[in-house]
Design a protein around this ligand. Structure first.
Ligand SMILES: [Zn+2]
Length: 396
């Protein structure tokens, strides 16, 4: 479907829906009440804000078992740091202890108060449905709800598909409250920002200051402008984090996409030590964002986080560095959810497979909205994370 057609469909459905409501509701509701009912859909649960966070190319193997014994060696991971020091930080013999050492927020908080999908060893599989197993096809799948075989390159250009973020940004009560942060300029194409008008910070250029930079802003601008980057426009995740926290505190977004990219960048560089460091830092960034938002009344007890990856990678001494159809296992991902509506079912086991495509409708359903009414090809939401009311609403 062409985007123009989708927009036309959304608009037509909105009008048809409004007409139906108008007939039935006129008897019961005054005009003002009706207007507010149309502007703010009935919310199924407590969630008013949703954050989708992606650790780019972060393997399920590290998420569920911590540092890989074959790669935490000088030969296996081409590490620069002394193997001994690295093992002191990230190795324990018990995999449960080891994974919590690598990602303490995921395992000590999300897995206890929320849910984690994708541990294949426990008969819980999470996988992509696109046929390519790399970034753009994965981000397209998770944000639009469906794989698109046309998107076969990270240089594909502007996304013809409408993401759940763009769709939510088009709702009157969320307009201007949806934003994208990441360390990869391709997000501008993935989210088609010229068309979607989403607020975005995804490269090494900070927006011009409204007035004079504060000393903090001036320092940040200097770092953005003078740091040698791994690739064009790809800033360290720590830079993204500072701009993200500032934005959350000042603009109060309700729907956020956050992309941390170092886990993929360092893997392609063959630096297993830095993959572990990046994963550990990103886990800390998620905790920091969670705690920052929980300290603000607008977000406290009303915010759901979905944390995932865009693709898996290969296994073994060489293939862990790359991903794609050539590297077996690159279609395996993981999905973690924490929020007031998500039952604390912990690390999921013995359940039907879930897919990356389900994330888009889940983001909308947590906010009480049906993305599939606008994008019928989108996969259904992950009903297990919505809570009883959300799951019932999603079934209609
Ligand atoms: Zn990659």
């Amino acid at each position: 479907m062409k985007p123009e057609t989708l927009f036309a469909t959304i608009a037509a459905e909105g009008r048809a829906c409004a007409r139906r409501l108008m007939r039935g509701a006129a008897v019961l509701l005054g005009g003002a009440l009706l207007a507010s009912a149309l502007a703010t859909p009935a919310l199924a649960g407590a969630t008013r804000n949703v954050v989708l966070i992606v650790f780019d190319g972060m393997r399920w193997q590290e998420v569920f078992t911590g540092a890989d014994p074959a790669l935490i060696t000088e030969a296996g991971g081409a590490i620069w740091e002394g193997e001994q020091q690295l093992r002191e930080r990230y190795w324990r013999d018990d995999p449960a202890e080891r994974r919590a050492l690598l990602m303490p927020f995921l395992w000590n908080t999300i897995a206890k108060a929320g849910q984690v999908f994708g541990n294949k060893a426990l008969a819980s599989r999470a996988h992509v449905t696109n046929p390519y197993h790399f970034s753009y096809p994965g981000y397209n799948e998770m944000t639009t709800g469906a794989a698109d075989p046309r998107i076969d390159s990270n240089e594909y250009g502007p996304n013809p598909n409408v993401s759940v973020f763009e769709w939510l940004n088009g709702r009157p009560d969320l307009a201007g409250k949806v934003a994208v942060f990441g360390n990869w300029p391709a997000y501008k194409d993935i989210f088609n920002t010229p068309r979607s008008h989403l607020y975005i910070q995804a490269d090494a250029t900070l927006p011009p200051a409204a007035g004079k930079d504060t000393p903090r802003q001036a320092l940040l601008r200097r770092l953005y402008e003078t740091t040698t980057l791994l690739d064009s426009g790809v800033v360290p995740d720590s830079f993204t984090q500072v701009t993200l926290l500032d934005y959350v505190r000042s603009a109060h977004p309700r729907v956020l996409f956050v992309g941390y990219g170092e886990t993929d960048d360092w893997a392609h560089s063959g630096r297993y030590d830095n993959v572990l460091e990046s994963a550990h830092h990103a886990d800390g960034f998620v905790r920091e964002l969670w705690e920052t938002m929980q300290s603000m009344p607008k977000y406290r007890g009303r915010t759901t986080f979905i944390v995932t990856t865009d693709h898996g990678r290969g296994s073994g001494l060489t293939e862990w560095k790359e991903h794609g159809v050539e590297q077996k296992g690159s279609d395996d991902v993981w999905i973690a959810v924490l929020g007031p509506d998500t039952p604390a079912l912990g690390e999921r086991r013995a359940i039907a497979p879930v897919t990356q495509a389900q994330i888009a409708a889940t983001v909308a359903a947590l906010l009480g909205r049906d993305f599939r009414a606008a994008a019928p090809a989108a996969a259904p939401p992950l009903t297990d994370v919505l809570g009883p009311a959300g799951a019932a609403a999603a079934a209609h």
